[in-house]
Design a protein around this ligand. Structure first.
Ligand code: FAD
Length: 478
């Protein structure tokens, strides 16, 4: 199926969509269509403008089902959209058509204290789920840095990670069940409130991370946990990147603690955070910082853990160990960590934010190769990320405009992705493939895997109407 085989959205289409879900839930206004056609990958990244032909705002699962059935019958492409904070172009309407926004489906339907679950619609902002759970003394473990803005539906579609993955896993680890609307409009549930399920294929977790290419998620049941009684963060400056990275795995292997977070920031990242927030961080001239978060219920056990990890830090070259044990200092610390992507967007005219993941033992090689490549191409780098998961946000920065910037990024990423694959890594740990990385999928997937991906896609979406052009480069079918 080629791109021109899709039907255009006409005035009549808009009228029919309005009849299906109400006039106020359909917009063909150009300004709105543009506003809903981008995520946080900058517009300059794309070779052309990809603009939705119409934006729809369903209020119920029935609305979504009716929309999908209509789009499938008329062969109109549909791009689901959460909050548009994605960093891979997943919500960009590559083939035009309908953008399906979930901003009106934002109900927290139920918090079930007996089963420790929370059931939500896809348009709920991630942080609202955290707060709702906390009010009941419970923990929702998903914690992407974008959590104040991102929607849970987008987190599920990307299998978002974040700051607590080292202990609790990615969003998918919290997903027990999904209500999904298939591309032909069929509504079905995958999974349930049960903690185990060995009945057939695990479709719920096939949908998790499928980037809106297989089904549209309309309800989500998430697992909750007891909220730890006390949390403290250690900010640990090291003289250089190598010593910080070398230390990170020792927290678990020698300190015998699973931290709830273990984050890394290099010197340029620290400086960017300071500039962006107009603040100073301790030891801001250090080569790199780790943030190590510990949590528990028994204050004495936690104090012991802190002391043991602190001693270990000093034994392995830490310059200092700062303890943030109250909300204000912890918030300041995390604000610095969480603002880094935005700081890059604010201060660099051109950049590429990458999301590489490697076995943790290979991080030093990845860092060294990044430096080598940035030096080779005359660029800057700022690296930070989830060091406990081997997931490094390697960021390629252009200090000034260069007309050939796209060719340079392409050449650099060609080398960097190949190197990452050669050390057992892959293209993305949490931001996804989307439109940005789909041409590189063959670097990390062999022909048999690519064929399976195509077949799975066709099994769910034989007409290729759901988020076409994403994740898989599928030229013969688009
Ligand atoms: C400053 C900043 C910090 C970030 N930090 C992190 C981080 O720590 N960890 C992390 O993992 N990511 C992070 N991200 C990336 C981004 O926030 C996540 O990928 C997030 O999960 C996207 O959610 P969203 O609601 O914005 O989705 P969108 O960007 O709108 O969409 C993302 C994808 O989900 C699909 N989709 C959305 N809703 C549905 C649905 N209901 N059904 C099916 N498909 C759907 C879309 O089609 C698209 O493919 C960060 C981004 C920024 C800008």
């Amino acid at each position: 199926m080629s791109a021109h085989a899709y039907s255009p959205v006409t005035e009549r289409t808009v009228e029919e969509l309005q009849k299906l879900i109400g006039a106020s839930n359909v917009s063909a206004d150009l300004e709105k269509r543009i506003a809903y056609s981008y995520d946080e990958v900058p517009r300059f990244y794309w070779d052309k403008e990809y603009i939705a032909e119409v934006v729809v705002f369903p209020e119920t699962t029935e609305d979504v089902s009716a929309l999908m059935r209509y789009a499938n019958d008329h062969r109109i492409p549909v791009t689901p959209r959460g909050a548009g904070t994605g960093l891979s172009g997943g919500a960009v309407p590559f083939s035009g058509g309908i953008v399906l926004s979930f901003e009106k489906m934002r109900a927290i339907i139920e918090l079930d204290k007996k089963n420790l679950t929370i059931t939500v619609e896809p348009g709920v902002v991630t942080a609202e789920i955290t707060k709702a759970a906390e009010r009941e003394g419970l923990l929702y473990a998903g914690d992407p840095c974008s959590g104040d803005a991102s929607f849970i539906g987008g987190n599920v579609a990307e299998n978002a990670g974040g700051n607590k993955v080292v202990k609790y896993g990615t969003t998918g680890n919290s997903v027990l069940a999904l209500e999904a609307v298939l591309p032909d409009g069929t509504v079905t549930w995958f999974g349930g409130k049960r903690r185990k399920d060995a009945t057939g294929y695990d479709f719920a977790h096939l949908i998790v991370g499928s980037e809106g290419t297989l089904a549209v998620v309309t309800k989500i049941i998430l697992k909750l946990l007891p909220l730890p009684g006390k949390v403290l963060d250690l900010l640990v400056p090291f003289p250089d990147v190598a010593s910080a990275i070398d230390f990170a795995p020792r927290v678990m292997s020698e300190g015998k603690v699973i931290p709830s977070s273990m984050e890394f920031m290099d010197r340029r990242s620290i400086k960017l955070a300071e500039r962006f927030l107009n603040t100073r961080l301790p030891f801001d001239d250090a080569g790199a910082h780790l943030i190590i978060q510990l949590e528990g219920n028994d204050p004495e056990v936690l104090a012991d853990d802190m002391e043991r990890i602190g001693d270990l830090c000093f034994a392995h070259g830490a310059l200092e160990v700062f303890v943030a044990d109250n909300r204000t200092t912890r918030d300041k610390l995390w604000k610095a960590r969480k603002c880094l992507a935005e700081a890059i967007m604010a201060f660099y005219p051109k950049y590429s934010l990458e999301d590489l993941v490697v076995p943790t033992s290979e991080i030093p090689k990845l860092m060294a190769e990044t430096t080598r490549l940035c030096t080779k191409y005359g660029l800057e780098e700022a690296n930070f990320g989830h060091v406990g998961d081997g997931n490094m946000h390697v960021n390629i920065l252009f200090p000034e405009e260069r007309p050939d910037w796209h060719d340079i990024v392409d050449a650099l990423l060609d080398e960097l992705y190949d190197f990452t694959a050669s050390i057992g890594g892959t293209l993305s740990g949490e931001h996804g493939i989307g439109l940005k990385r789909q041409k590189y999928m063959c670097r990390v997937m062999d022909a048999s895997q690519m064929e399976l991906i195509h077949r799975v896609k066709l099994a769910f979406d034989p007409n290729n109407i759901l988020n076409p052009g994403k994740m898989i480069s599928c030229p013969d079918r688009e």
